[in-house]
Design a protein around this ligand. Structure first.
Ligand SMILES: Nc1ncnc2c1ncn2[C@@H]1O[C@H](COP(=O)(O)OP(=O)(O)OP(=O)(O)O)[C@@H](O)[C@H]1O
Ligand SMILES: [Mg+2]
Length: 243
């Protein structure tokens, strides 16, 4: 197997004296979709922020493509640019939809911006809203603009925090096929947080389950969903957990 994109070991994240995220070990293989699941407050977004180099863990090591990023100094900009994150509650610029999507290409001085933006908007089903101000969008439309804005960067790693939580079933299908296609065609590595067990089954190459601030299980979907090692995983995926 080729080298992991991320290799996390002995990660602990604390706010004050409260531990909110613990990962003993996690490897994220390249060109695959790793799905992180778990109840509210489990530490999923915290884990994603660590992978996006937005926060540094209190202790532990994160290797990105074999390079240590947790040695006290900020990871270099060149490394951070290889990773794009779409937040759980994305904030858009107070401009039109097309300006928001064009932004990434414009800052890099790329060509053909207009045509590429139009194509991306078509792909996410938002062509009809190209000129709309983002403040007028519904939650699901805004979520798709944020995804389009991230995808147009063609990042090496895409971190998606509940990217379909506000979407209707048709839009969920559209976004899921877009994610799969991106991974297949560009070899993008995706880490996706979701509460949706069905989505995890549809998309995941690997599933990680977080509970009470700890990553308790990680493996192939069939193993995690059908033969979980931890009884709490079984309870979570069958929806019987009381928390
Ligand atoms: N900046 C912060 N300061 C203090 N506590 C924080 C901070 N960020 C997160 N937390 C706490 O860490 C815990 C984990 O939060 P996190 O956002 O990672 O959960 P989550 O699994 O993404 O939950 P959800 O499903 O609700 O999005 C929560 O209890 C939260 O209150
Ligand atoms: Mg979250």
């Amino acid at each position: 197997m080729s080298e992991a994109v991320y290799s996390l070991s002995e990660i602990v994240m604390r706010y004050g004296d409260r531990e909110v995220c613990r990962v003993d070990h996690l490897d994220v293989p390249p060109g695959s979709i790793t799905v992180v699941m778990g109840p509210n407050g489990a530490g999923k977004s915290t884990l994603l922020r660590l992978m996006g180099f937005l926060d540094s863990p209190t202790s532990g090591d994160i290797l990105f493509r074999g390079e240590l990023c947790t040695n006290g100094s900020e990871p270099p900009l060149a490394m951070r640019r290889r990773v794009t994150m779409v937040f759980q509650a994305p904030s858009l610029f107070q401009r039109s939809v097309e300006k928001n999507v064009a932004y990434g290409l414009e800052v890099r001085g790329e060509e053909n911006v207009e045509a590429r933006v139009a194509e991306m908007l078509e792909t996410v089903g938002l062509s009809h809203l190209a000129k709309a101000k983002t403040s007028t969008l519904s939650g699901g439309e805004a979520q798709r603009v944020a995804l389009a804005r991230a995808l147009i960067f063609e990042p090496e790693v895409l971190l998606l925090d509940e990217p379909t939580s506000n979407l209707d079933p048709e839009s969920v299908g559209l976004v899921e096929s877009l994610i799969s296609k991106t991974v297949k065609e560009r070899g993008t590595t995706v880490v996706l947080v979701t509460q949706n067990v069905f989505q995890a089954r549809r998309l995941a190459d690997r599933v990680a389950l977080m509970l009470d601030g700890t990553l308790i299980e990680v493996g192939a979907p069939d193993d995690v969903f059908t033969h979980p090692q931890d009884s709490r995983t079984d309870a979570f995926v069958r929806g019987v957990m009381v928390y």
